[in-house]
Design a protein around this ligand. Sequence first.
Ligand SMILES: [Zn+2]
Length: 272
Amino acid sequence: MIDYNDIQRAAEWIRNADGIVIAAGAGMSVDSGLPDFRGTQGLWTSLLPAGMTERDVGSLTKGDCFVDKPVDAWQFYGRALQVCRQLKPHAGYAMLDRWARRVAHGAFVFTSNVDGHFQAAGYEEARILECHGTINFIQCGMPCGDAIWASGNMMDGVDIDALAPSALPRCPHCGHLARPNFLLFDDQCWVETRTTAQWERLRIWLRAVQRPVVIELGAGTAVLSVRMFAESVRGPLIRINPDESEVVGEGVGLRGTALDVLKALDAVLAGN
Ligand SMILES: [Zn+2]
């Protein structure tokens, strides 16, 4: 059960804010049916190439997987791209967007999710920071330069199990194997220019906001980027998490899944 007084406090901060920072971790995507892309949770196994088991997930989340097993890696991430494009963002995205429209500076999204679901839900591209990059762009695997390009519909309708080495995406500049533009573990090759530009836009937006409130959603302690950012913003923190909802300092912890707690908050915000 979510404490009603805590929900009221959180709703009050949202009403009084002039800017909403949406800090989203894997739990935000899980509610749309997506796997935690940097974890090793069960849903990953549905994306694995034939013959591989959950034990093999680790080898396909390291930076060198596109060098060591290019076909397996592209089967894995090709299927992930299909899933990201097929699944629809859950109703919580629209609720947050509605609240953001009532405050002077709107919202800025900081997400570790690579699925592009804030864009898919209609959020403005210039108000999103994807700290681990995105599956919706690809880059040279070497890389030979900073260029990235949209993955778009390249995997739509493709029979992933039959993906041949000759059909794998290649860099248009040097011909080297391409890879998704997101950060893997032990990854020396991620092109971060897009994320760097997003950081710049976030800093400029934050400077204009006088009374920010941070809504942190489904950010675990295993990958700390989202929590660390959420705690760095000077403003009350609303931490929504099913099992790690404690807050130190000004803020409130709301225990539950992202979608459940957003619905509870939305009911209070709509009521008065
Ligand atoms: Zn290249």
